[in-house]
Design a protein. Structure first.
Length: 341
């Protein structure tokens, strides 16, 4: 199993202790072989290549791996405790990855393993005390998550490919704007046992066949479903009338995931606490400005934030990168830039 050792040096200068940008990188196979749950076939050849430190102290690298298999990249600060980062498929050439958490760590180890199963959801991992959540962006405001064999769809809109994804066990709907809501798409991804969670206004727009599957939540209300808790939180601004759309906080074991929906910078969001992962909208003129999104995230201080829903009316998709710069690193918030467009 290939792994990479990274160590940031600490250098002493007169009256100052500072972390330098100097990295000691060894793109070699470590003298440690972790036992994988699924053993990789002996003929499979995969390795880390192109390892580099970026100017913001993140680590970028590529995994060179054969096509047709699924691989998981793990990371740790030692060679004992490993945390899954992401699952990917082999590709012609190599698979690029940037570890945005490395900014806040003095050393980092990586390993990759080939998984025996091929029906694993590809995406980022969030470890909980009761199984891993895998999060996969699809487009704009739409993403999926899996947890303990259950599939969660957020705002399944039209014009997006859902090919190869399992059907939804739970669908979260924020509001009825077309970039978030499509009854035809809901029909395509649901089963007869799917649970739909929505506001009253969204419920009113569901089809007759979909309404019996729905649970209506108003602001502050919550429900337990599939072993997790879903709470509706306010999502409103001048383009989204108060009470018609929801944001959500999901409590999955010991983790809390916030999904903003379409909202402005409102006090109810700033009051959220103990958020582990936040999906935060930012596009003008419909949701938050970059300044508002930055201030909201600095207020709620999630451990990880995904900028999403960031394509402007002009079609520009530069908001996420600018947001990351403006947020800074002083609060230790990891910003994950993913492909939404």
């Amino acid at each position: 199993m290939p792994c990479v050792f990274l160590r940031r040096s600490i250098v002493r200068q007169p009256a100052v202790i500072m972390k330098t940008q100097l990295l000691r990188l060894s793109a070699v196979v470590c003298a440690y072989l972790a036992l994988a749950k699924y053993a990789a076939p002996a003929q499979a050849q995969f390795q880390f290549i192109g390892i580099q430190s970026l100017t913001n102290r993140e680590i970028a690298f590529a995994l060179s791996a054969p096509t047709g298999s699924v691989y998981r990249i793990d990371a740790g600060t030692d060679l004992v405790d490993w945390t899954p980062l992401v699952s990917v498929t082999g590709a012609v050439g190599s698979i690029q990855f940037t570890d945005s958490a490395a900014t806040y760590l003095t050393r980092r180890f990586y390993r990759a393993e080939q998984l025996g199963a091929t029906n694993i959801l590809l995406g980022d991992y969030l470890r909980t005390t009761n199984g891993d959540v895998i999060m996969r962006p699809l487009s704009h405001a739409t993403f999926v998550m899996s947890w303990n064999g259950k599939m969660i769809y957020n705002d399944p809109a039209s014009g997006i490919s859902y090919t190869g994804l399992p059907k939804a066990d739970l669908i979260l709907l924020s509001h009825t704007h077309s970039d978030h809501f499509s009854t035809a798409t809901i029909e395509d991804v649901r089963t007869t046992n799917t649970v739909i969670i929505a506001s009253q206004a969204v419920y009113n727009s569901l089809t007759a066949a979909q309404k019996p599957l729905a649970v209506v939540l108003g602001y502050g209300q919550s429900t337990n479903v599939l072993g997790l808790n879903v709470q509706a939180v306010p999502a409103y601004n001048s383009y989204h009338t108060y009470g018609t759309g929801n944001g959500y906080v999901l409590t999955v074991a010991d983790r809390r995931i916030y999904i903003s929906g379409d909202t402005g910078d409102v006090p109810e969001i700033r009051a959220l606490t103990n958020i582990d992962v936040a999906f935060v909208c930012m596009n003008q003129p419909y949701t938050m400005t970059l300044s508002q999104a930055t201030n909201v995230v600095r207020a709620i201080r999630p451990k990880v934030v995904y900028p999403y829903h960031y394509r402007d009316q002009s079609g520009a998709t530069t908001n996420a990168a600018v947001f990351k710069q403006w947020l800074g690193t002083d609060l230790g918030i990891e910003v994950r830039l993913r492909k939404w467009y």
